[in-house]
Design a protein around this ligand. Structure first.
Ligand code: AMP
Ligand code: GLY
Length: 423
C-alpha cells in the first residue's frame, strides 16, 4: 500500500504515526516532511497546496490513499484534482471545505439547517459593521470571514475595540480573508472539539477533546493555533454527545449534501457548551491541531480503515472507532514570540521518552543532520496514562526535559479538568 500525507505539522506527524501503526507494511510519502517525520517516510518535494503537481505525482505513483492534512490545500481544491485523476482521497472537495474557508458560507448553512450557533451579521462595509456592533453592545466577537490561521477571531470586551477591529479587518489587515467580517454574539461556556469522519452520507464520531487556544496560562493573551489539548473531557456525557450529533453534526452534513457538496473527510465541530446546550463556534474541514495529538494516541481501532471507506466508498457502519479507557494530555512547545514573530534555527534536544509519551514534531527541520526549530509551534508532547492527573504530570514533565533556545509552553493544560476534579 502506498499512502500520501499532504502537510508537515504536528497533526500530520500524528496521522503518520497512527497510520504506520495501522499499516506497518505500507510505504508512506509526505510533502516536505518536518524534522521528526523525515526518518519515518519518503519526502515529496511538492507544496501540499500545489494541486496540479501533487495530483499528477500521486497518479503517476499509483497512490492508494491521499490524506490531506491542512485546510489551505483543501480550500484550493487539492482533493478535487486528486479525485479527477482517480487517486482515492481522504479530505473534502473545495466546495465542501467552504464550511471552514468561508465563515459567511458556514453561518448561512447553519441558519438554513437549523444548527444552533451565535447570532451574527456579515458586513463588507465598515460603517454598517460599526452600526451593528453599536446596536448589539459588548462583549462581541469580530471575525474575518476567510482563512486566517486561527488568528482571525477577536473577542472584544468593549464597543470601541470591536469597531476598531472590524475597521482594521475591512481595511486590509487580513488581506482577502477580511474582505467581509462576521459580527457575532458572544457565547459563554466551555469549548469542546468534536471530530467526525464523514463519507457524504454516514458519519462516526471520535472522542471529544478540549483545546487551549490562548498563548498564556489561565487562557490569557492572544489566540494561537492551539497550545495544548486533552481527552477525554469530564463533562461530556452520552446525552450531550447525542445532542451534539442530533442538533449539530447530522443536520450540517445533511445541509452540505443538499447544497450539492457532500462532505467526505474529517469534519471538526468547534462547540461552545452553553446553558442552552451546544452551539457551534466554527466548523473546520480537517483534523484539529493539537487535538489530534491527544485523540489519536487513545484510538485503539484502525484509522486507516474508516479513511479507506471514505476514500473508496464502502460505508462507515463497520468502522465505529474504539478508544482506550485512559487519558491523554498534549503540551505544545512553542518558540518564544509566537503567535507573533519568533526565531528559527535553534538546535533542539529531545531525550529518550518513557512509555506512553509521544513527541510529535511540527516546526522542526533537519539541517546538516541536526534537529533545529523552524516554526512557531515546534513540538507537541502527548502523555497517555490510566488517569488524567498522571497524564498531565507526565506531559508537563516530558516537556520540561526538551531543550531549545526560547522554548515556551503552558504548564496548565487541562486546568478546567483539574478544577472539575478537585471540586
Ligand atoms: P474561531 O476562529 O471562530 O474558532 O474562534 C477562535 C476562538 O475565539 C474560539 O475558539 C473561541 O475561544 C473564541 N470565540 C469565537 N467565537 C466566539 C463566540 N461567538 N463567543 C465566544 N467566544 C468565541
Ligand atoms: N486547534 C484548533 C484548530 O485546529 O483549528
Amino acid at each position: 500500500m502506498r499512502i500520501l500525507i499532504a502537510g508537515n505539522g504536528g497533526r500530520e506527524h500524528t496521522l503518520l504515526w497512527k497510520l504506520r501503526r495501522d499499516a506497518p507494511d505500507a510505504v508512506f510519502y509526505v510533502t516536505r516532511p518536518n524534522g521528526g517525520m523525515a526518518g519515518e517516510c519518503t519526502g515529496v518535494d511538492i507544496a501540499p497546496g500545489d494541486a496540479g503537481a501533487l495530483s499528477a505525482w500521486a497518479a503517476a505513483e499509483r497512490i492508494d490513499l491521499a490524506v490531506i492534512g491542512p485546510e489551505g490545500p483543501l480550500a484550493a481544491g487539492v482533493a478535487d484534482r486528486l479525485e479527477e485523476r482517480g487517486v482515492p482521497v481522504f479530505g473534502p472537495s473545495a466546495a465542501a471545505a467552504r464550511i471552514e474557508s468561508s465563515k459567511a458560507f458556514a453561518k448561512d448553512l447553519m441558519a438554513g439547517g437549523g444548527v444552533p450557533t451565535a447570532g451574527y451579521e456579515v458586513h463588507a462595509d465598515a460603517d454598517r459593521a460599526a452600526a451593528c456592533i453599536e446596536a448589539w453592545g459588548a462583549p462581541v466577537v469580530v471575525k474575518a470571514s476567510g482563512l486566517a490561521a486561527g488568528k482571525g477571531a477577536v473577542v472584544c470586551a468593549t464597543v470601541p475595540e470591536a469597531v476598531r477591529t472590524a475597521r482594521e479587518m475591512l481595511g486590509g489587515a487580513f488581506g482577502e480573508a477580511g474582505r467581509r467580517v462576521v459580527i457575532e454574539e458572544f457565547m459563554e461556556g466551555e469549548e469542546l472539539s468534536v471530530f467526525c469522519i464523514a463519507d457524504g452520507e454516514d458519519y462516526v464520531t471520535l472522542l471529544p477533546s478540549q483545546d487551549h487556544k490562548r498563548i498564556g496560562e489561565g487562557d490569557t493573551g492572544p489566540n494561537t493555533g492551539g497550545m495544548g489539548a486533552y481527552a477525554p473531557v469530564g463533562f461530556v456525557t452520552a446525552a450531550l454527545m447525542a445532542e451534539v450529533e442530533d442538533a449539530v453534526v447530522a443536520p450540517v452534513l445533511r445541509a452540505l449534501g443538499e447544497a450539492g457538496c457532500p462532505f467526505r473527510g474529517l469534519l471538526y465541530a468547534g462547540l461552545m457548551i452553553t446553558d442552552e446546550g451546544p452551539k457551534v463556534v466554527e466548523f473546520n474541514c480537517r483534523f484539529g491541531d493539537p487535538e489530534t495529538q491527544a485523540v489519536l494516541p487513545l484510538l485503539t481501532s484502525s484509522l486507516l480503515e474508516p479513511m479507506m471507506a471514505v476514500a473508496g466508498g464502502g460505508g462507515l457502519a463497520a468502522h465505529e472507532p474504539v478508544f482506550a479507557d485512559a487519558a491523554a494530555v498534549t503540551t505544545v512547545l512553542a518558540a518564544s514570540g509566537y503567535p507573533g514573530a519568533y526565531g528559527r534555527g535553534a538546535p533542539v534536544s529531545i531525550p529518550k521518552m518513557g512509555d506512553g509519551v509521544h513527541v510529535f514534531h511540527a516546526g522542526t527541520a533537519l539541517e546538516d543532520g541536526r534537529l533545529v526549530t523552524c516554526g512557531g509551534r515546534v513540538l507537541a508532547v502527548t502523555a497517555v496514562a490510566p488517569d488524567f492527573v498522571s497524564a498531565c504530570e507526565a506531559s508537563r514533565g516530558a516537556a520540561e526535559t526538551i531543550a531549545f533556545k526560547g522554548r515556551y509552553f503552558r504548564r496548565d493544560i487541562g486546568w478546567r479538568e483539574e478544577e472539575r476534579r478537585s471540586s
